[in-house]
Each structure stands twice: as C-alpha cells, then as structure tokens.
Design a protein around this ligand. Structure first.
Ligand SMILES: [Zn+2]
Length: 120
C-alpha cells in the first residue's frame, strides 16, 4: 500500500553572500541536465511511500520499470493542462532515524532526477 504526499519544491542552492545569482543550477559532478528537459527550478513532487523493498519493486514492475537491484525510482512528466512539471518519486518509507542511510540517500538521488538531472 502506498501513501501519497504532495509538496512543491524549489531547487534553491545557497550561494556565497557576495554572489548575486539566485542559485547555482549547474550539475553536480557525474550528473548532466536532461537533454530535452534541462534543469528545472520548480517541480511538484509527489512522494509514494512503500512499506518494503518488495512492495516498491512490485510497483516498479507494474509500471514497466526494471526492478532488478532497484531501491527507488522517479517519473518526471509535464501536466498536459497546466504545463507544470510533476515528479512521482517512489521510495521505501524511512524508519528509526532522521537519516535512514540507504533510504534517505535514495530519496535524494531520485529527487535530483526530479529536477532534470541524469547520469550514465
Ligand atoms: Zn539515478
């Protein structure tokens, strides 16, 4: 069973006090901007929490996403009516700590994909 949470995110990277730019949208090392989308500065993020890795992988398979070695995935699309970018982020619920190592890391990785970042 999944629970859906929606929140709007802005990618705002803090810059040194003397820099006048609103944020540094350059890609982190090893990441490239999506060839067609580029880097987005505003995305509606919908988080689909799964209770186990098994359930997450079943959800991936149902959406034709390769579930082998999968720990999380995201699907970025543009709302046809509003034109806004929406990202569905599928992860296993974090437990027991504010930073739940692998699960928190996976959440961050998939959030980068939601802003248009890609990797090999
Ligand atoms: Zn990735």
């Amino acid at each position: 069973m999944t629970r859906l949470a929606s929140l709007a995110l802005s990618m705002l990277v803090t810059a040194p006090a003397l820099a006048a730019s609103p944020g540094d949208m350059s890609a982190p090392d090893q990441w490239q901007p999506h060839a067609k989308v580029g880097i987005l500065d505003n995305v509606t993020l919908r988080v689909h929490w799964h209770e186990s890795l098994k359930l997450l992988r079943e959800a991936a398979t149902a959406q034709n996403v390769d579930a082998i070695d999968l720990h999380g995935f995201s699907v970025l699309h543009r709302d046809a009516e509003t034109g806004e970018w929406v990202c569905d982020l599928f992860v296993v619920r974090m437990r027991g700590a504010l930073v739940d190592n692998d699960r928190t890391m996976t959440f961050g990785h998939e959030a980068l994909h939601c802003f248009g970042f890609r990797h090999e």
